[in-house]
Design a protein around this ligand. Structure first.
Ligand code: BG6
Ligand code: MG
Length: 221
C-alpha cells in the first residue's frame, strides 16, 4: 500500500476541510449584507463555499437586489476581507478540524504528495496560524488562479506542481463548486459534508477522521 500511495497526489481544499474558517466567512459576509440592509439564508451561504471573493460578493448583492459599481464592489469586498482577516488573525491550532492533522501526518509518512487547492487569498495567514504549512509540497490558492471553482484550474495547477497525473489525484472538498471542479479535472473526490449537498463525490465523510490512507489509496486503484 505504501508503494501505491507514493503515486497518489492528495489535494486539500482549506476552508471547511482542514480548518474551521467557513464560519468566519459566513459571519463576515452576513455582517456586510446586514450593513446593506438585508440578510441571506444558510442554504444561500452553502452556495458561497468554494467560490472566490468577488464572485461571492456578486451573488450576495444579487440576493439583496442591490447594484454597485466596480469601484464600490472593490470597497465592499475589502471591507468584508478586513473583518475576516481580523477573525483569522486570532486563529489557533485548535481550529484545525478533527482528523486533519492525523491524516496529513499519515499521508506524509506514507510518502504521498500533498497540495493545497484553495480559492482563498488568505491561505498563507491561515496555514501559518494553524501551523499546517510544512505539510504541503505545493500551494495553489486564490492568488495563483484566474478562474473560480467549479473551474478545475486550481486543482489542475496543483497536480502539475506535484508532477502528478490528474487521474491519480484525490481532492478533499466541502463545497459543491469544489466537488464539481475536481470532477471537471477528472479527479477522485472525498466530499467533506452531507452527500445531499455534495452530489458527485466518490465518498462522503463528516470530517477527515473518517478516512484513512488505505481508503484513499483504494479510490485510485
Ligand atoms: C474559499 C471559501 O475557500 O475561499 C469561500 O470557501 C471564500 O467562502 C473563498 O469566498 C475566497 O476566500 P478569501 O479568503 O480569498 O476571501
Ligand atoms: Mg472549502
Amino acid at each position: 500500500m505504501d508503494n501505491v500511495i507514493k503515486h497518489i497526489a492528495c489535494i486539500f481544499d482549506l476552508d471547511g476541510v482542514l480548518v474551521d474558517t467557513a464560519v468566519y466567512h459566513y459571519q463576515a459576509w452576513k455582517q456586510l449584507a446586514n450593513t446593506l440592509g438585508f440578510d441571506f439564508t444558510h442554504a444561500q451561504n452553502e452556495q458561497l463555499k468554494g467560490v472566490n471573493r468577488m464572485r461571492s460578493l456578486d451573488m450576495i448583492l444579487s440576493w439583496g437586489g442591490i447594484e454597485k459599481t466596480a469601484e464600490e464592489k472593490e470597497e465592499l469586498a475589502n471591507l468584508k476581507n478586513s473583518w475576516y482577516v481580523a477573525m483569522i488573525s486570532k486563529m489557533t491550532t485548535d481550529e484545525v478540524l478533527p482528523g486533519s492533522l492525523k491524516l496529513l501526518q499519515d499521508l506524509k509518512v506514507a510518502g504521498a504528495k500533498i497540495a493545497l487547492g484553495s480559492a482563498s487569498k488568505n491561505s498563507a495567514l491561515i496555514l501559518e496560524r494553524t501551523e499546517l504549512a510544512h505539510f504541503f509540497d505545493a500551494i495553489v490558492d486564490g492568488n495563483a488562479v484566474s478562474t473560480s471553482k467549479p473551474d478545475p484550474e486550481v486543482f489542475l495547477k496543483a497536480a502539475e506542481l506535484l508532477g502528478a497525473k490528474n487521474t491519480t489525484c484525490v481532492v478533499f472538498e466541502d463545497a459543491l463548486a469544489g466537488v464539481q471542479a475536481a470532477i471537471a479535472g477528472e479527479m477522485k473526490v472525498v466530499g467533506v459534508g452531507e452527500a445531499e449537498n455534495l452530489p458527485g463525490a466518490n465518498v462522503w465523510v463528516k470530517n477527515l477522521s473518517e478516512i484513512n490512507v488505505a481508503e484513499i489509496s483504494a479510490l485510485i486503484n
